[in-house]
Ligand binder design. Structure first.
Ligand code: ATP
Ligand code: MG
Length: 307
């Protein structure tokens, strides 16, 4: 059997960066998210997948204070966040990108990143009016830092381009650089590969891995592109009609009959089994339970134990 290093699906020991407990929201009669439980430890990368309309973006809206949960609670770095406004959640270290790109279209690439960094600037309004030394020093430092972030997403040579003139894939990368400008600990990415070609998706994979290494942050990734999800995520949670139907390593998810039925489909399952996971092993090559050292799949195929 191929020797394989297990990717841990254990619950993180330290205070999790994110903990969601029985989180839920209803719109009228529709339970868009129901009994959502998740833990993400420091610098972990977790995937959230499921069919269209499953409730993935709604989870992000709950975690960023856009929607108020009608049930349950969530904690960032151990602090309860229910009822907090978006800016308060951002202050606690959460940042996101949007499924429908939201950039300042008529600002330059550099300005888009600097806008996100503005709240951390120290100079007084008077210093900015009179353009004192402290103003220029601060401006210079911010420029430098913003350029570093653009470098990470491969856009430093586009710094003076108008955001709206960038190709779609680059706009998505700019959103990531802007999110990094907020000094966050948890980055929520909502379909970052949407509209990207395979080359750009590969670059995105490198960017995400690089961000984790450089900043030690945690990432929660919503994505339909299984070639990205399976290669980059350590753990995956699958929701369907707002309900969690499976949790596990990419390998466990790829073999899970309920996930195949609700989401992956038979053809896609075959493709996924040929992909390589984060540790470079072909997902379908080894017996999933033996290879990952995890419990055998449950009878109904769903593993909904806490992440
Ligand atoms: N503000 C709202 N008011 C009413 N219904 C909503 C609202 N926001 C989301 N919904 C509904 O909640 C469900 C989940 O939507 P959501 O956008 O979270 O799905 P998704 O998993 O992100 O789908 P996709 O993969 O297509 O982006 C859908 O039925 C949607 O119509
Ligand atoms: Mg969505």
């Amino acid at each position: 059997m191929t020797e394989k290093k297990a990717v841990s699906a254990e619950v993180p020991k330290e205070t999790p960066v994110l903990k969601a407990v029985h989180l839920g929201i209803s719109f009228g009669g529709l339970k868009a998210v129901d009994d959502f439980n998740m833990e993400i430890g420091r610098s972990e990368l977790v995937g959230l997948i499921g069919p269209n309309g499953a409730g993935k973006t709604t989870v992000f809206n709950l975690l960023t204070g856009v929607y108020k949960p009608t049930e349950g609670a969530f904690y960032l770095n151990g602090k309860k966040m229910n009822g907090r406004k978006t800016y308060q959640v951002v202050d606690e270290g959460i940042a996101r990108t949007f499924q429908n790109i939201r950039l300042f279209k008529k600002m330059t690439v550099l300005e888009n990143v600097k806008v996100a960094m503005n709240k951390d600037m120290q100079y007084s309004p008077l210093a900015s009016i009179f353009r004192t030394n402290s103003y220029w020093r601060e401006e210079h430092d911010t420029d430098e830092r913003a350029m570093e972030l653009l470098d990470i997403v491969g856009l430093s040579d586009k710094k003076d381009a108008m955001a709206m003139n960038l190709p779609y894939g680059q706009q998505r990368k700019l959103e990531i650089a802007r999110a990094l400008g907020t000094n966050m600990k948890l980055l929520l990415l909502d379909e970052p590969a949407a509209g990207m070609n395979p080359v750009e998706t590969d670059e995105l994979l490198d960017i995400i891995n690089n961000i984790r290494k450089t900043f030690g942050i945690s990432v929660l990734l919503i994505e339909h592109d299984m070639s990205l999800v399976m290669r980059v995520c350590e753990r995956i949670q699958v929701i369907d009609y707002g309900v969690t139907i499976a949790k596990g390593t990419p390998e466990e998810i790829a073999h899970n009959p309920r996930v195949i039925e609700a989401y992956l489909g038979k053809q896609a399952e075959k493709e996924v089994l040929n992909m390589k996971d984060a540790s470079g092993h072909v997902i379908g090559e080894a017996d999933s339970a033996a290879a990952s050292g995890s419990e055998p799949a449950k009878e109904n195929g769903a593993d909904t134990s806490d992440l």
